[in-house]
Design a protein around this ligand. Sequence first.
Ligand code: MG
Length: 369
Amino acid sequence: MEEMQLPLRKIIHVDMDAFYASVEQMDNPELRGKPIAVGGGGKRGVVSAASYEARKFGVRSAMSGFLAKRRCPDLIFVHTRFDRYREISKQVRAIFYDYTDLVEPLSLDEAYLDVTQNKKGNPSATLIAEEIRQRIFDEVGITASAGISINKFIAKVASDYNKPNGQKTVNPEEVLTFLENLEIRKFYGVGKVTAEKMYKLGIFTGKDLKGKTQDFLDGHFGKSGSFYYNVVRGIHRSEVKPNRIPKSVAAERTFRDNLTSEIFMVEKLDHIATELAKRLNKYKISGKTVTLKIKYSDFTLQTRSKTLNYFVADKSLILETAKELLYQEKMQNSVRLLGISLANLNTEDKKVENEIPKETLSVQLKFEF
Ligand SMILES: [Mg+2]
């Protein structure tokens, strides 16, 4: 195994299938199963999106409507409705936020999700991607594809693999082979022009690329040289940059056996406060309002809150406040879940930052995908 440092991440790239066209076919049943082009209808119009039925004839986005019609005489042109696409995109994103706040939209129909730590506590990014795609289909009505891997670059490449309505996971131990076998034109960031240049240099696959020195790549590709040098070795440190700032940060735990003794509850709160402080630290967030969430064995839910007059982020202060809330009144029943959350955050005018973990590949391999 080669020596290398890889960030310990579980990244999903979700890509809606023929997004604008799929929305039009969903909203207008008479268009279903037919070759349609969104946009491109005017005299000098350009196609924004083509349905899969139209793609079979060679109709592509960014193609002139004139050429599209020549390739597919039965092509139906539909007007773009961006407000509607934005609305659908919002519904899809709301599903993503059920799993993680680390969502980075690339456009209305694509996003990166970091599910290394996720709200469902699900260790399998593969299963999360399956669940998300199923929910998009059930709740929104269109299909999506997904790529799952250890960084954004590989996830993005992988989401194209089993498109439409499919997904592909590149597990940590498969990463290097996957990249070596990848055709150079499929590398994200390598466009037509760069691909031609690579071919002339004898680079057709990831393996060929890996055979070149950093100096060679710097010399031929300037600033992009080190990007190519690194990504083919599985290294891509770009983080999922959320553009949404969370309103609260929480950690909670469901117990296998319901708790009746407050001594045990305090013990559990200690673990939960540790977990919460870790998250706060990771995102460099602090907050003023501590809330204790109690779910009883009969599933009734109770919350108790206290707002401090200063920001807290460290475990001991959070735990102290949570304990105070715990002892505030007697428990109504045995307890099946405890949670602590922090709101009134100091993130009003701040972007959330998270650091790059520096675990090595050997750690990575123990990772469940
Ligand atoms: Mg798409």
